[in-house]
Design a protein around this ligand. Structure first.
Ligand SMILES: Nc1nc2c(ncn2[C@@H]2O[C@H](COP(=O)(O)OP(=O)(O)OP(=O)(O)O)[C@@H](O)[C@H]2O)c(=O)[nH]1
Length: 336
C-alpha cells in the first residue's frame, strides 16, 4: 500500500479530500488512509466494501474505518498486533539502537583520551600538544552529539509511554465486557455488528435469545437464583456457539448471537437446537439445591439482506422475538 511517488501521492490526496468533505468523513489518520486507497482505485474488493458500508451507514463510523484500515491497509505482520504492543516494540528497538550507538561513541572517546594521555606524557612540543587538543575536542564533540541524541530519544520515549498509559486507562474504562457473565456487553455487541456488516452478503444472521418468564423465576426462587440462571444459560450458549459466532449479553436474560457467513436456513436450525438444548436442562440452584422448573428461551432470527442497516437488522430480530413470545414462548421465529 501507499507505494506512490510524491507527485502521485499529491494527486491522489487531491481526489480523496473532496470525497471526504462531500461525505462528511472526519479527517482522522485512518480516514485519510482509507480515502487515499479508495481514490487510488487499486483494490476493487476494498472499494466494493467501502461502497457497501457507505450505502448501509450513510458514512463511515469511526470503528468501521479502523477495521477497514487494519484489514486492508496495514501490512500483514501488523494486522493482529495490538497497537500498544507494536508501539512498545518499536520504542524498545529505537532505544536499544541509541544505547548501543552512545556506548560505542563513549568507548571511542575513552580510547581517544588514553591515546591523548600517552602522547602528552612523551611530548611537550607545542605543535604536538595542539594536535592532541584538536583530537580531544573532536572526540568530545562527537560524544556530546551521541549523548544529546540519546537524551532526546529518551524524552520522546517518555512522552510516548505516557500517552500509551493513558490509552490503556481509557481501554479499561470503556470495557465492553459484561461483568456478570464475562461475555461481551451491548457495546461490544454493537461494535462487532458494525464491523461485520460491511463484509456481509446476505449471510450475517442475528439470533436474539431471551430467557422466558425470568420475572416469575425471580419471584419463585429469588433474584439470586435468577441471576445464577442467567450465568448458566450464558455458559450453555458459549458451549453451543459455532466457530464463526459471537455472543453478547444485552440486558437481563437477553443474549445476542451473531453468526457470520451463515444463511437463514442454517441459522434457524441452530436456533432450534439451542431452544431444545435449553429446554431439556435440569438446572439446580446450587445455594439451595432446589431443582428449578423447566427453563426455556424464545429466539428471534433475522439475516441481514440487501442494503439493510445494523439497526434495521436488530429491529427485525426483535420483531421475530416478540412474535415468538406472543405465540407462546419456548419457540423460534423468523422470516418465512
Ligand atoms: N435475577 C435477575 N433478574 C434480572 C436481571 N436483570 C433483569 N432482571 C429481571 O428480569 C425480568 C425481565 O422481565 P421481562 O422483560 O418482563 O421478561 P420475562 O419475565 O422474562 O418475560 P418474557 O420475556 O415475556 O418471557 C425483570 O423482572 C427484571 O427485573 C438480573 O441481572 N438478575
Amino acid at each position: 500500500m501507499f507505494q506512490h511517488n510524491i507527485k502521485q501521492a499529491n494527486q491522489l490526496m487531491r481526489s480523496a479530500i473532496p470525497l471526504m468533505v462531500k461525505l462528511d468523513i472526519p479527517p482522522t489518520p485512518y480516514n485519510y488512509g482509507i480515502w487515499y486507497e479508495y481514490a487510488s482505485n487499486k483494490n476493487p474488493k476494498f472499494n466494493q466494501v467501502v461502497d457497501r458500508a457507505l450505502r448501509r451507514f450513510g458514512s463511515l463510523p469511526a470503528f468501521v474505518s479502523q477495521e477497514l484500515f487494519n484489514e486492508f491497509l496495514l501490512p500483514e505482520e501488523f494486522q493482529h498486533a495490538h497497537r500498544q504492543g507494536s508501539v512498545l516494540k518499536s520504542l524498545t528497538t529505537n532505544l536499544e539502537t541509541d544505547t548501543s550507538s552512545i556506548s560505542s561513541e563513549l568507548e571511542r572517546f575513552n580510547g581517544t583520551l588514553r591515546t591523548a594521555k600517552a602522547a602528552l606524557k612523551n611530548t611537550s612540543e607545542p605543535a604536538q600538544v595542539e594536535q592532541v587538543a584538536l583530537l580531544l575536542e573532536r572526540g568530545a564533540f562527537k560524544a556530546n552529539q551521541a549523548i544529546e541524541k540519546f537524551s532526546s530519544a529518551l524524552l520522546s520515549a517518555q512522552e510516548e509511554l505516557a500517552s500509551l498509559r493513558s490509552e490503556l486507562l481509557d481501554v479499561k474504562k470503556n470495557t465492553e465486557l459484561d461483568a456478570m457473565t464475562l461475555l461481551a456487553n451491548e457495546k461490544g455487541f454493537e461494535r462487532s455488528l458494525f464491523s461485520l456488516v460491511p463484509y456481509a452478503e446476505d449471510d450475517l444472521t442475528l439470533l436474539l435469545i431471551d430467557i422466558d418468564n425470568l420475572a416469575e423465576i425471580n419471584h419463585e426462587y429469588g433474584n439470586k437464583a435468577g441471576t445464577s440462571l442467567i450465568r448458566y444459560v450464558a455458559k450453555l450458549l458459549v458451549e453451543l456457539l459455532p466457530e464463526n459466532g459471537f455472543i453478547a449479553r444485552l440486558k437481563g436474560g437477553r443474549f445476542a448471537m451473531l453468526l457470520s457467513e451463515t444463511e437463514l436456513s442454517v441459522a434457524s436450525q441452530l436456533a432450534e437446537s439451542i431452544r431444545n438444548e435449553v429446554s431439556i436442562q435440569k438446572i439446580r440452584y446450587k445455594n439451595t439445591k432446589v431443582l428449578l422448573r423447566q427453563v426455556t428461551v424464545s429466539i428471534g432470527v433475522a439475516t441481514l439482506f440487501g442494503d439493510e442497516s445494523p439497526s434495521e437488522l436488530v429491529e427485525r430480530s426483535q420483531h421475530y422475538l416478540l412474535y415468538a413470545k406472543r405465540s407462546g414462548k419456548n419457540r423460534i421465529a423468523h422470516h418465512e
